[in-house]
Design a protein around this ligand. Structure first.
Ligand code: C2O
Ligand code: CU
Length: 564
């Protein structure tokens, strides 16, 4: 098989958006970062060199890392960071995966600017209904005028929620609804009659997003690098961490009618993304837009001739309003595995072990002599089964690998909520107050068929928690609102074609049931992909022990593995 090699140089770069110039952390000076394109089955080697006086790591989000947990990337879970002046080469093989994934820094809030697309071209032709003219990566992000790490530190100090970003972005560009941003607008040229594959990635730190293109429908064909039964929709919902491939056909006749001399630009359609959640401190124009530009059929003009000021436009009518939970729910309900002969659905039909865990935002009394600015002058924190995750100062994977027998160090994550209560009617002051701090993980033997039920406690939380699991995909066999009913809800599970993903949006005030084939030996981080919640401790992990057969065990650490 082929080995594909890449060089990632992490360094500062001056970038200007919204008339604010600042140094941002980048890979190879690019923002968003470089796109990696490989083929299914390839060996991949990425040499990451750190040129800044900050620790860093890179995570290959959604890549299974079969037996190569050393290359997964979350700081202090699988590795110690790459320090100033050092390099580490991430080596892994893309086994039985194809589609759109992404990569991002996995320490602190660095992923705000250190991220990019990771595209795996399939070995077999696409199972899509139409030929693709072109593939277009679309990365959503957030832009902060101030320093992102400073915002993170401030939020840790005050115990309060972070500031909102100053803009959402499409491929790093906020678009014309923000002030001083007219020229930083994403424009995609298309040709009438052709179909395009949009590879959509939500790299935003803290917001789930809706996305729509005026006058065009989107046909979802893949989520988190797994094929889905195609379904056509007016808009999509995508959480941080998720990826969604959609087909877009440039079928607007209007373009044909406007072949007049006055129309030197062909026609334009607005594409727009806006958050699902109304921020506590909503900022104006919290919608990023770009344009789909139909190439004129009468002139040959480069797309760069499309320049501001843009012709008058309005937001797409098909863009869901903020807090449109009905849209979010219906959209998620429409996602189904392809479950074809070529790509069968491998959902476990039976379960060896079941873990039920709350996912909560909590409040902690303010320590004396501190000035906490969270709700009721307390500190926010977050937990799963009342365990608020504390990042250790060593690589858990390394300690696990070196003392296979005394691997109890990080075990003991509770398999049920400590004291079941009415999860969705929580009183923020009375419930959820006895949070423990630690680094407890679930430990399972190789090959365990695991079910994890995630129960949102709906406490001060008006949004979905996008829970991400490293090292494994999972099947979302059930979702619902209210309290999970361990007797009745399993009767409604989809064990035929449930969606397969690496990041699930747990419905606000509801639950999601996941099934996992735990067949990848190693230590795997499980956490909310809203960065603020991870900072508050909404995380845990899964240790999958090695199997009997040597091919079911973790490979040894590479020689350049960073020391702590
Ligand atoms: Cu995309 Cu643990 O991350
Ligand atoms: Cu969350």
């Amino acid at each position: 098989s082929t080995t594909r090699r890449f060089k990632f140089n992490v360094g500062w770069k001056k970038v200007t958006r919204l008339c604010h110039t600042k140094s941002i952390l980048t890979v190879n000076g690019e923002y968003p970062g470089p796109t990696i394109v490989v083929h299914e089955g390839d060996n991949v080697e990425v040499k990451v060199t750190n040129h800044v006086a900050l620790n860093t790591t890179i995570h290959w989000h959604g890549i299974r890392q079969y037996r190569t947990g050393w290359a997964d990337g979350p700081a202090y879970i699988t590795q110690c960071p790459v320090s100033f002046g050092k390099s580490y080469t991430y080596k892994f093989t893309v086994v039985d995966q194809r589609g759109t994934l992404w990569w991002h820094a996995h320490l602190s809030w660095q992923r705000a600017t250190v991220n990019g697309a990771f595209i795996i071209l399939p070995r077999m032709p696409y199972p899509f209904p139409v030929p693709i003219q072109k593939e277009i990566p679309i990365i959503f992000g957030e832009w902060w005028n101030s320093d992102v790490i400073a915002i993170e530190n401030e939020m840790i100090q005050t115990g309060d929620g972070p500031n909102s970003s100053d803009a959402y972005t499409i491929n790093g560009l906020p678009g014309p609804l923000y002030s001083c941003s007219l020229k930083d607008t994403f424009i995609q040229t298309v040709e009438y009659g052709k179909t395009y594959l949009l590879r959509i990635i939500n790299a935003a730190l803290n917001d789930e997003l809706f996305f729509a293109v005026a006058n065009h429908t989107l046909t979802v064909v893949e989520i988190d690098a797994t094929y889905t039964k195609p379904f056509t929709t007016e808009a999509i919902m995508i959480t941080p961490g998720q990826t969604t491939n959609v087909l877009l056909t440039a079928n607007q006749q209007q373009q044909q009618q406007q072949k007049t001399a006055s129309d030197s630009t062909g026609s334009m359609f607005v594409m727009a993304a806006r958050p699902y959640l109304t921020s506590v401190f909503p900022f104006d124009n919290s919608t990023t837009i770009g344009f789909l530009h139909y190439k004129s059929t009468t002139k040959t003009e480069p797309s760069s001739s499309i320049q501001p000021p843009f012709p008058p436009y309005t937001l797409p009518k098909n863009l869901p309003a903020m807090e449109d939970t009905k849209f979010a729910t219906d959209f998620a309900d429409n996602l189904r595995s392809l479950a074809s002969f070529q790509y069968p659905c491998k959902v476990p039909k039976t379960v060896d072990k079941k873990v039920i865990t709350t996912i909560s935002l909590n409040l902690q009394d303010c320590p004396v002599n501190e000035n906490c600015k969270g709700y009721l002058n307390k500190r926010f924190l977050a937990s799963m089964n009342n365990q608020s995750f504390v990042r250790p100062s060593m690589s858990i994977l390394e300690s696990h690998y070196k003392n296979l027998k005394s691997g109890h160090l990080f075990s003991g994550f509770p398999e049920k909520p400590p004291n079941p209560f009415n999860y969705t009617g929580v009183d923020p002051v009375k419930e959820n107050m006895n949070t423990e701090f630690g680094s407890k993980l679930i430990v399972v033997p190789f090959g365990t068929k695991l079910e994890i039920v995630l129960q949102d406690t709906n406490f001060l939380n008006p949004e979905n928690h996008p829970i991400h699991i490293h090292g494994h995909n999972f099947f979302i066999v059930g979702r619902g609102f209210g309290n999970y009913d361990a007797e009745k809800d399993p009767l409604g599970y989809n064990l035929v074609d449930p969606p397969e993903r690496n990041t699930v949006a747990v419905p606000v005030g509801g639950w999601a049931a996941l099934r996992i084939n735990a067949d990848n030996p190693g230590v795997w981080f499980i956490h909310c992909h809203l960065e603020e919640h991870t900072t508050w401790g909404l995380a845990m992990g899964l240790i999958v022990q090695g199997g009997k057969n040597p091919s079911q065990r973790l490979l040894p650490p590479p020689p350049d593995f960073p020391p702590c």
